[in-house]
Design a protein around this ligand. Structure first.
Ligand code: AMP
Length: 542
């Protein structure tokens, strides 16, 4: 027997329709890419998003077509998201921090038809446009006054483009399993993998993000997502804020300590969300000038582990902390930290112990830890195992990749290694892969090794992450030279320069006589990490 309730498909554009109706005047404030602070409302964003839809429709964009964005967190980016999703097209957020070759590969793999870009990223697109045959038009998120000369195909300033529409356009209702958005994630090996979110998974994830212990700020609060919309949908904030009528502050492209502090302070922000590197820059700025943020109630931090010292620094300033863990494949929320009722009166050290875990799963995420053969391990807070997840907003496959990614029970292997305690608090103990996390972004050790190995005097190269106080980790290149050959650190770095993104470049090179190997002939990264555990990088601040 079926229930007798209404069939109301879970569609992303209903979120902004709801915001426009119930929170029409609620503000969305942006530090614009052009400079000035810009103010708008959910009602205006909704109206302009429908103009975006109308123009996309006129340009021949149909359900299932992909529209890429290379853009910061701004009101215009939000309008484009909802405009694309409202006609059943797929909003593909591209991470502009990737190396241009990867960006070209990703746009070509997704077969994006239109690329919407901030002014900041025009030089990248101009460099790779010849390799993007699927792209029919470029929309530049600015007005005619700021529109530069560009040879990009059919390039037009966004403001002029939507000006040509009257907004008299009705969004459709369609199957909630229709694709809404996509985001590529890159690991240590192989090509980037496309995660394809559906309207249903995104709306359910939004409700998870809004839950009491999660990232939600409610209609009385103001939130500023420091995590970019191209990094797993700004952890869902671009959906969750309008769904709750939260006042939204967007930082644009400026994430340095001074700019972030100014905006938090001037707009009296209550909640913010970001990776440790960005939050560290904020803390340094505040510490050096003895500044406070009396309105800031909560900081949620994820992307990499939040150091204990950072948790304490926020708590000491009267700011609550939520440590979050997740993945692009999980939309991305996996766990969010907070003190459950038994720990409300715990002493400071115990509270820090709990807040330092990555938290517990919201309803909608199921976790298990397993041994190497897939056997379930106990939730005792001590036994660590492969962390696997299933749920309403977790990927079951990658876009255009014919490989199975779930186990027999439908769980996805996160590649992380973790413990879970009897209260459900999860703690990441290690990374199964050897990827280097720098400033919340990934650097592939294997790509760097392959590149360095191309230098004639090098016999073998290995790259490991070395702790860095600002960027979390930075790459160290370890090389063994061919017999009788010589090379300096500068020779090798000059050779690599320009062949990878600047921020991927190793911070230092060390020369060794021998690189250890495992029994199966792979470079023994654990042994190398152990050997270089006391190594200090020559970088300023390291
Ligand atoms: P991404 O898909 O780029 O968001 O990266 C997901 C990966 O980042 C996870 O599989 C973890 O390895 C790592 N990660 C995310 N959040 C945390 C955290 N709070 N602590 C430690 N690692 C994290």
């Amino acid at each position: 027997m079926f229930g007798l309730m209404q069939d109301w498909p879970l569609l992303c554009h209903r979120i902004i329709e709801h915001a426009a109706r119930c929170h029409a005047e609620q503000e969305v404030i942006t530090r614009s890419v052009e400079g000035p602070i810009h103010r708008t409302s959910y009602a205006q964003i909704h109206a302009r998003a429908r103009r975006v839809s109308q123009q996309l429709d006129r340009a021949g964009i149909k359900r299932g077509h992909r529209v890429a964005t290379l853009a910061w967190n701004t009101w215009r980016h939000l309008e484009v998201w909802y405009g694309v999703m409202g006609i059943g097209a797929v909003c593909h957020t591209v991470n502009p921090r990737l190396f241009p070759d990867q960006i070209a590969w990703i746009i070509d793999h997704a077969q994006d038809k239109i690329v919407v870009t901030d002014l900041t990223f025009l030089p990248i697109l101009e460099q790779i446009a010849g390799r993007l045959p699927s792209v029919e038009q470029y929309i530049v998120l600015t007005d005619n006054a700021h529109m530069p000369d560009t040879q990009l195909k059919n390039a037009v300033a966004y403001e002029a483009w939507i000006e040509a529409a009257d907004g008299d356009f009705v969004w459709d209702t369609f199957d909630e399993n229709t694709a809404a958005a996509m985001c590529y994630t890159s690991g240590t090996t192989g090509d980037p993998k496309g995660v394809l979110y559906s309207h249903r998974s995104t709306v359910l994830h939004t409700l998870m993000a809004n839950a009491g212990d999660s990232l939600g700020a409610g209609a009385s609060g103001t939130i500023m997502p420091l995590v970019p919309m191209f990094h797993a949908n700004s952890w869902g904030i671009a959906f969750s804020a309008p769904s709750m009528g939260t006042r939204l502050v967007m930082p644009g492209g400026k994430l340095d300590g001074t700019s972030v502090y100014e905006l938090l302070q001037a707009e009296r922000v209550n909640y913010t969300v970001g990776v440790p590197t960005v939050l560290q820059m904020l803390l340094v700025h505040m510490r050096e000038r003895d500044l406070e943020l009396p309105d800031l109630r909560m900081v949620a931090c994820g992307g990499s582990a939040m150091p204990r010292s950072m948790i304490k620094a926020f708590l000491d300033r009267g700011i609550g902390v939520r440590h979050a863990w997740g993945m692009t494949e999980m939309s991305p929320i996996g766990t969010v930290g907070g003190l459950k009722s038994p720990f409300q009166d715990a002493d400071e050290e115990q509270r820090l112990d709990i807040l330092q875990t990555q938290g517990f799963a919201p309803f909608g995420v199921e976790m298990k830890i397993t041994d190497d053969r897939g056997g379930a391990l106990p939730w005792d807070g001590k036994t660590s195992g492969h962390l696997k997840v299933r749920g309403a907003a977790i990927a079951k496959a990658y876009y255009r990749m014919n490989v199975s990614i779930l186990d027999d029970d439908g769980y996805f292997d996160t590649g992380d290694v973790a413990t879970i305690d009897n209260h459900g608090y999860m703690r990441i103990t290690d990374r199964a892969k050897d990827v280097i996390k720098s400033g919340g972004e990934w650097i592939s050790s294997i790509d760097l090794e392959n590149l360095a190995a191309g230098y004639p005097a090098i016999a073998e190269a290995a790259v490991i992450g070395i702790h860095h106080p600002k960027w979390d980790e930075r790459p160290l290149l370890i090389v063994r030279l061919n017999e009788g050959k010589s090379a300096t650190r500068d020779d090798i770095l000059t050779f690599m320069n320009g062949k990878v993104a600047k921020w991927w470049m190793p911070d230092d090179v060390v020369f060794v006589d021998d690189i250890p190997h495992t029994a199966t002939g792979k470079i023994h990264k654990t042994a190398l990490r152990d050997r270089f555990k006391d190594y200090r990088l020559p970088t300023p601040g390291a």
